[in-house]
Write a protein that binds this ligand. Sequence first.
Ligand SMILES: CC(C)(COP(=O)(O)OP(=O)(O)OC[C@H]1O[C@@H](n2cnc3c(N)ncnc32)[C@H](O)[C@@H]1OP(=O)(O)O)[C@@H](O)C(=O)NCCC(=O)NCCS
Length: 187
Amino acid sequence: MKTSTESNRFVRGHGSVTVTTRKGRTVRIRHIRPTDAALLVDLFHHLSPETRRFRFFTALPDLPDDILWREARRYADFNERKQAAFIALAREGGKDCAIGVVRLVLDKNDPDTAEFAIVLRDDYQREGLGTMMLDLLIQLALVRGIKRLRGISLADNEGIHRLIQKCGFPVESHTSHGETTQIIHLE
Ligand SMILES: CC(C)(COP(=O)(O)OP(=O)(O)OC[C@H]1O[C@@H](n2cnc3c(N)ncnc32)[C@H](O)[C@@H]1OP(=O)(O)O)[C@@H](O)C(=O)NCCC(=O)NCCS
């Protein structure tokens, strides 16, 4: 019999949840699909230098298209045994636009731990959406038997530090060489 780590641990669901931000805007959140690369490319184009710096630890310039698309495909089409991701979508000009992503990746050496990362488009930050997306990721992690979620961020990234501190679970935190590691204990 397969163990949970060998099986398709983070199999993508087909449904979505609709939430309302603090400003009253409607956002739909669902699992990322392998066909979502174009949405991720568009999201990247709309991130400010500061948001890129916080998410990728360097103020990434506009990348050449081939590199950007390769990375977007990799972020959308991944191994479900090791990763899971939710995408947040808002209706703009009659179509769905990506306004945020949260993901977790299992630790290679410790199947009880996953590293997570989150990014929201600048114009959707500070409306409570980060809190809702982290809540969803925590629910998924709990259901899938993850015991620890690790977030690594720049030491000056107050937003993510506050978001994690408020998640409702015990958090262990330490900072070294300009990076902060926060571990959410789920058990
Ligand atoms: C960090 C991030 C995900 C937070 O999401 P968000 O939707 O803006 O957060 P919320 O609105 O749910 O706020 C959660 C808490 O954090 C606080 N917060 C959010 N952004 C903040 C900021 N820039 N500075 C200080 N506090 C901040 C909020 O005030 C709130 O606390 P409160 O309820 O006590 O007021 C979002 O700002 C973001 O995408 N940042 C850029 C990418 C990034 O930093 N990723 C993390 C590294 S992987």
